[in-house]
Design a protein around this ligand. Structure first.
Ligand code: IMP
Ligand code: MG
Length: 176
């Protein structure tokens, strides 16, 4: 049986990921100095990123989770339809930061951003570890970007191929 690992080409090591997150955390910390921050982790892909980012932030931080279903993760044109797991915290008048592991077409994010805006946050920004602007179909620019990536599929560090690979500490390109 072929394994996902046979198909993988190294892209970012865990040390490189750590450095990217340290830099992002510095930028975020400077912008939110003296404020409380609510991080919104987009399930499932952002679980590792939010855990590492949150630990680098010397701020009062809350964390909540959201899962958008029907989100496109490739070429399919399926519309983003609903929220599978909603936010539990009150977002009204809070500084909210959406935490994404990767932005591709940005359809998922556009849906989520509109939804969160309705909750009346004091501010709403986006941080993404990886940004794939080549395939953007909705005009969204993240406020904080770890690394801009060419149009290739990656796995590891939360990113999956058919549910697998999220547990790898490094990030890899897939050969196909
Ligand atoms: P978007 O709505 O097209 O921006 O979808 C973004 C979502 O698709 C991400 O949160 C990931 O779950 C998934 N995705 C996009 N590109 C990749 C990739 O290269 N590897 C793994 N998942 C990806
Ligand atoms: Mg995601």
């Amino acid at each position: 049986m072929s394994q996902l690992k046979d198909e993988m080409i190294p892209y970012l090591t865990k040390e490189e990921i750590k450095d990217l997150i340290k830099r992002l955390a510095k930028e975020i910390q400077a912008d939110y100095k003296g404020k409380e921050l609510t991080l919104i982790c987009c399930l499932k892909g952002s679980i590792l990123f939010v855990a590492d980012l949150a630990r680098q932030l010397d701020l009062n931080v809350r964390i909540d989770f959201v899962k958008v279903s029907g989100a496109s993760s490739g070429d399919n044109e399926e519309p983003v339809t609903n929220i599978q797991k909603d936010i539990a915290l009150n977002m009204a008048n809070k500084h909210v930061l959406i935490v994404e592991e990767i932005i591709d077409t940005a359809k998922t994010l556009a849906f989520l951003r509109n939804r969160l805006m309705m909750a009346g946050p004091a501010s709403l920004k986006i941080v993404t570890l990886l940004d794939k602007p080549a395939r953007r179909s909705v005009n969204i620019k993240p406020d904080y970007v770890g690394r801009t990536i060419e149009d290739r599929f990656v796995v590891g560090y939360g990113l999956d191929e058919d549910g697998l690979g999220r547990n790898y500490s490094d990030i890899y390109y897939l050969r196909h």
